[in-house]
Ligand binder design. Structure first.
Ligand code: HEM
Length: 451
């Protein structure tokens, strides 16, 4: 038997091989060198491998094989949300869409989706460009600056507009400050290291500062929900909160205040850090790719910035391929899953791994190189490109994220000249659940044109 492999009594292999180091060691490797850890395991054990990343919990099977990953994501009868995901309920709440299964999940999605699709999205265009102009006016010239944090302030403002825009500036600003305080606790290196701790120690950490930060954010959201409930119908605005407060869908009851609050908090937290991190990676790739930067600048600066968007879109697709901010999606099998020599049993935790699938040489020639041209003639296939997940749980904000990334990137290339601080590429670092550039995508702004 290969190391770490487990067989059932009928001889079928129920757990593929994987590293045999203790869970605490694997968890630390994953926390400190996530990309190296994934790449090594894939090289040593193949397309399906078993890792132990949570002390005292069941192992997980990582899946770097595109067809099996696509099946897991697209067939809801095969999987459910893992019971272990409840461990993040202290941050996102018991009722958030990411914890819901079945009909409840569909309902939660349906209530949030309209604010992030169709005509609604087009209404954000001018706000995105204006907010980008105000943000870049604050960037100093001729000195190294880390872009990720600055872009995150920008995307936080934009998600606040989409979710609570009808609440007014004061409420949005206060909510923004509270979101930042909460994220400062969960999305940092120390929090990534906490995965090596046993459950009890983690839940003690989850109370205290985290609990206080969450209550303080919730107080502002609940006050706004109550204010809108007192407002006569029609006066509640058109942001995501207004959609969540709509009285009934197909005869269902209106959501309770705490349920609405969970959805609002989820959108605010899930809806800006990954977008900012992905943009930071895009710029990190571009400042080290002079030909791609030149071509993007020409497209962005062509008369009125209207010379088509094909190259901008190819740049974004390539950046999301090479550096998906969320490397993995988590599921738990509800049925047996045969894949190659393995038969994974119900209850197994399975993790389709976008990071590894995106770097397969059989799908992408020279997979470690940043080459936007590969997507100019054809878009990627869903099984080979899954930065937003797939199937019924595909990212609800994908179109909104894409629109922001497109407009912000084009505006930066219209107005700024950017240079790399160093010829060295930034390694991948974990910040909470996202994989980010370790120095925050450091660049120097050498020139800024007026708006
Ligand atoms: C580049 C930016 C983004 C990336 C890479 C990203 C990635 C993802 C991924 C991989 C999932 C699937 C998780 C799973 O299957 O378990 C997801 C779900 C989700 N995302 Fe995003 N996301 C981004 C931006 C956004 C934005 C802007 C919003 C806010 C509108 C958002 C809201 C959500 C929500 C609510 C879900 C849960 C959907 C469900 O369970 O049905 N995301 N995202």
């Amino acid at each position: 038997m290969a190391p770490g492999e487990e067989r059932r009594s009928d001889g079928a292999i129920s757990l593929p091989p994987g590293p045999r180091r203790p869970a605490a060691v694997q968890a630390l490797e994953w926390a400190l060198r996530p990309a190296t850890f994934l790449e090594r395991c894939h090289r040593d054990y193949g397309d399906l491998f078993t890792v132990r990343l949570d002390v005292g919990r069941a192992p997980r099977v990582l899946i770097a094989e595109p067809q099996t990953a696509a099946r897991l994501l697209s067939d809801p009868s095969l999987t459910k949300i893992p019971d272990t995901r409840a461990s993040i309920a202290p941050v996102f709440g018991e009722e958030w869409v990411l914890l819901a299964n079945g009909a409840k999940h569909i309902r939660r999605r349906r209530q949030m989706l309209p604010a992030f699709h169709g005509d609604h999205l087009q209404g954000y265009r001018e706000k995105i460009v204006a907010a980008t102009d105000s943000e870049i006016a604050r960037w100093p010239l001729s000195q190294p600056i880390a872009l990720r944090g600055r872009l995150q302030s920008l995307t936080l403002q934009l998600i606040l507009v989409a979710v609570l825009g009808s609440a007014g500036e004061e409420v949005m600003e206060e909510t923004g400050r509270k979101v930042e305080s909460l994220l400062a606790i969960v999305a940092n290196r120390r929090a990534a290291l906490a995965v090596a701790l046993p459950d009890r120690a983690r839940s003690l950490l989850a109370r205290g500062a985290l609990g206080r930060a969450r209550s303080s954010l919730d107080a502002v959201i609940v006050a706004e929900i109550e204010r809108r409930r007192r407002t006569p119908a029609g006066g509640v605005g058109s942001d995501a909160l207004a959609h969540l407060l709509q009285p009934t869908v197909d005869g269902e009851e209106a959501l309770r205040t705490e349920v609405v609050c969970d959805q609002v908090r989820t959108l605010l937290l899930a809806g800006h850090e990954s977008t900012a991190t992905s943009l930071a990676w895009t710029l990190e790739h571009l400042v080290h790719a002079p030909n791609a930067s030149k071509r993007l600048r020409e497209e962005a600066r062509s008369i009125g910035g209207d010379g088509g968007e094909a190259y901008t879109e190819a740049v974004l697709t390539e950046s999301l391929r090479l550096s998906p901010p969320l490397a993995n999606t988590q599921r738990q099998l509800t049925k047996a899953l045969p894949s190659g020599p393995y038969t994974l049993v119900p209850g197994t935790l399975v993790t389709p791994c976008a990071y590894l699938i995106h770097r397969r040489p059989d799908l992408y020639p020279a997979p470690n190189e940043f080459r936007p041209e590969r997507f100019l003639s054809a878009p990627p296939t869903p099984a080979a490109w899954l930065p937003f997940g797939g199937g019924p749980r595909r990212c609800l904000g994908a179109s909104f994220a894409r629109l922001q990334m497109n407009l912000i990137l084009r505006r930066l290339f219209q107005r700024l000249s950017l240079e790399a601080v160093s010829a060295m590429r930034e390694p991948v670092q974990r910040r909470g659940i996202v994989l980010a550039p370790a120095n925050g995508a450091e660049v120097v702004v050498t020139k800024r044109l007026p708006p």
